[in-house]
Design a protein around this ligand. Structure first.
Ligand code: GLA
Length: 381
């Protein structure tokens, strides 16, 4: 990206040494099971964050964003530890910290992943900085290492107890495919997902809703799963079956029971979705997507009125499948539709939002795109 290099030079008076980029993501299916060692099936989107970086010989860390170039954030590298100052800069500082960087750097970030839409703009930011630092300092970290480091940055520096899906797909996604990720060991398989060839389109509906429950609600769901695992003496929901859950029902609370049921059924849906995709059976895929939404809405209770209206309106307009994706309590829904129904579906969802007195939704479409990359603009030291 030539323009970020130019902006970097204007801002810091020198050329960047590396320019890196990382995309946001959509999750086709496999929700709220990454932190339970489950399977997920996300894909990287075309929208991405760019990071231009250069090392400094001293310990000064300077961070700026293209949108607010006049405001350069400064901190000494020795003060980069959890609890430090910083707002959005903490996503960048967390990566410096988790990768153990000990010298100063100058960083400029820019990007077009819509924020607040549940498309993982934060993972895109973390991963762009991580692949950039990996190349700049010849850290030789694998993509799995970088996924773990960026998740650690978000868990322990930013304080969000997220799983590992968003960072993994931002790093490992490939054009034309969804990424089947086994969150137990981060092994992956690319599942060809050629929407356009099948005459289909993936419509992303940003509800523009962001409910206050987001952070507390997420942590609470994760804690429920961990509590069930502890009570049943298993490492995670991955080791649970519906039979075992039924047999041990008395050991868990009613809420824990239905949350665990979501985890078990969602892991099975991901495997069925992979089989459906392999067979180009989009009707079955659509049914699984719908079932995932129902489970997230009724058992896991992470949906919200705006997401439900988006999903119902899309299905009523003929979508093959629709569901909320991401953490929930707002953000976006996806609808798998016939490409020729695009306009009609947008109008139907917009009308349903108007009728319910909701904010106007935003729409995006995206094809599975490439994951993160970094290009050195000078030879490594
Ligand atoms: C957020 C988290 C992910 C994942 C999803 C729900 O996007 O960052 O780790 O848990 O929610 O599937």
């Amino acid at each position: 990206m030539a323009s970020i290099a130019r902006s970097f030079e204007e801002l810091y008076g020198r050329k960047p040494e590396v320019i890196a980029e990382a995309p946001g993501r959509v999750n086709l299916i496999g929700e709220h099971i990454d932190y339970s060692e489950g399977f997920v099936l996300p894909f990287a989107i075309a929208d991405r964050t760019y990071a231009a970086i250069a090392a400094r010989p001293d310990g000064l860390v300077r961070i700026a964003s293209h949108q607010r170039k006049e405001k350069i954030f400064s901190i000494d590298i020795n003060d980069v530890k959890p609890g430090s100052k910083g707002d959005w800069e903490k996503y960048v500082l967390g990566v410096l910290w988790s990768l153990g960087i000990s010298t100063g750097v100058e960083i400029l970030v820019d990007g077009n992943v819509p924020g607040g839409a549940g498309l993982s703009s934060s993972a895109a930011l973390e991963c762009s900085v991580a692949v950039g630092l990996n190349a700049l300092f010849s850290l030789n970290k694998s993509l799995e290492d970088l996924a773990r480091a960026t998740q650690k940055a978000e868990n322990d520096y930013v304080g969000m107890p997220c799983g590992i899906m968003d960072q993994s797909v931002s790093l490992m996604g490939q054009a034309g495919s969804a990424l089947l990720l086994d969150c137990r060991d981060l092994s992956t398989e690319l599942i060809p997902f050629n929407v356009a060839e099948a005459g289909l389109e993936l419509l992303i509906i940003d509800t523009q809703a962001h409910h206050a429950l987001v952070d507390g609600g997420y942590a609470e769901r994760r804690a429920s799963c961990e509590s069930v695992a502890a009570k049943l003496g298993i490492p995670s929901m991955r080791h649970l079956t519906l039979e075992l859950l039924e047999a041990e029902r008395a050991k868990v609370t009613e809420t824990e029971f239905i949350r665990a049921r979501h985890a078990v059924t969602e892991i099975a849906r991901v495997q069925d979705a992979v089989a459906a995709l392999r067979a180009s059976d989009f009707v079955t895929l659509g049914k699984l997507i719908n079932a995932s939404h129902v489970s997230l809405r009724d058992d896991y209770t992470v949906s919200c009125p705006e997401l439900d209206v988006a999903v119902d309106a899309a299905i009523a307009a003929g979508a093959i499948g629709a569901r909320m994706f991401g953490g929930g309590f707002g953000g976006s829904a996806l609808a798998l539709i016939k490409a020729s129904d695009l306009q009609m579906t947008r109008e139907a969802v917009t009308a349903a939002f108007e009728k319910n007195g909701f904010k106007k939704p935003r729409f995006f479409t995206s094809l599975p795109s490439a994951g993160a990359s970094a290009a050195l603009t000078r030879k490594p030291a």
